[in-house]
Design a protein around this ligand. Sequence first.
Ligand SMILES: NC(=O)c1ccc[n+]([C@@H]2O[C@H](COP(=O)([O-])OP(=O)(O)OC[C@H]3O[C@@H](n4cnc5c(N)ncnc54)[C@H](O)[C@@H]3O)[C@@H](O)[C@H]2O)c1
Length: 477
Amino acid sequence: MQTTSITTPDTKLATGFSRRSVLGSAAAVGGAALGIGALTAGATPARAAGQRTMVNQPFEAHEIVRIGLIGLGNRGFGMARGWADIPGAQVVAVCDIRADRATRVADDLVARGKTRPKEYGGKRDSFKQMLNREELDLVYIATPWEFHYDQARTSMLAGAHVAVELPIATELNELWDLVNTSEMTRKHLLLAENCSYGRNELAMLKMAHEGVFGDITHGAGGYLHDLRALLFNDGYYTDDWRRLWHTRSTASFYPMHGLAPIAAAMDVNRGDRAVTLAATATAPRGLADYRERFVPRDHRSWKEEYINGDRISCEITTSGGRTISAEHNVSQPRPYSRINSIEGSRGLFEDYVGGDSTGARVYAEPLHSGDTWRGFKALRQEFDHWLWKELEDDASGSGHGGMDYILQWRLIQTMRAGLVPDIDVYDSAMWCSPVPLSVESLAKNGKPVEIPDFTRGNWRKPRVGLDSRQTEMPPVP
Ligand SMILES: NC(=O)c1ccc[n+]([C@@H]2O[C@H](COP(=O)([O-])OP(=O)(O)OC[C@H]3O[C@@H](n4cnc5c(N)ncnc54)[C@H](O)[C@@H]3O)[C@@H](O)[C@H]2O)c1
């Protein structure tokens, strides 16, 4: 399936994406566009004229949401069906640098009874042609990480709201540039963080907000997923893009799946603020060991050197005296876990006990006593989020236990009804900031570095986010 080579360092340099920038240099691509220049962790760039906050900014109401998709590999193909199935959403255009993948998705949607979307592809910047020609309300981006920033920024400048797969960008000035572009264009950009809509995560959020755990003091989350077989599978990640990141940088590439729900439960950017991050990295052992045992000697991966630590741990502090541990490890054998645990003055919750999320346990006063863990089932039922009560049947069978569908339904609902999105550009930037900040902290031998206040002071105001009030999906015209 590997027809076009796009991930060699040389072609990347041609797009403005350089190896040095991945290593945490502040001199990456887009900052110059809005005059950001080189940034260190704590610096806050001034707002340009005409730029104002997107905090509490509702979407304009859309009768129908016209969606364009960029990147139609593993993730994009699966999500295309979900987008097309949401009431009042239409996938009107699809784009992949590999044109055959655009055709595959278009064929699939037609086979499922949908109108055929326009196909774009063949070139690295075919997405620009799509953005120029199509009237799009929403662009969804599921390309390799190195393309997210440019594609997201260009989409907002073309007049569309944007949902981006993890991470929205990998450099600090790119994160700032996305914040600034969103504020300037009045277009929302959000991380398509499906795990924020996990059933346990949303129940945990509601319990945190209703005081079940008392004053929250600590949480832990992350992405612990044995990806070794997929990373070395020739047919999976296009042109090896994900494995190659492990040759370029020592960084926490992808902790957001576990970090985002914990940050939401702590009201980060909505009453509290993440202020410092300190990172540690273990030696890189897992990928080389796997290759040694399972990959033939003539495989191209034998030319690679893996430099990313197997486990990158980030300790985050908040202005409210809380701490968050955010972990990343995809290089060692282990059962899957996003950790997902939280504790406070009256109790605690732990997910992924016994290997998966069905083993979640809780202990909270005055309900529980005697040093004995209780199962989470009854409390989950009591604190079940309205989205799950409403959409359980529709979501069943969709990706990642249904949370992909819930994310998609809720985003389309907020767009159609003209509501404030649950996740905004500030949440997205904060959740993705461990990517560059872990590099910066590691370069300083693990010293804490400042996490920027992407809200520029608006974090103090408590406001609604994922713990939303129940509202209806507008009827389809
Ligand atoms: N939220 C989740 O649960 C979840 C799950 C899997 C993947 N992801 C994310 O989705 C993204 C894609 O991952 P994947 O596993 O689908 O990778 P993939 O390699 O299967 O797909 C990437 C696709 O992007 C295309 N592409 C590359 N450059 C392009 C360009 N300039 N224009 C248009 N298309 C381009 C490739 O041809 C390929 O089809 C990643 O960011 C990944 O982290 C998220």
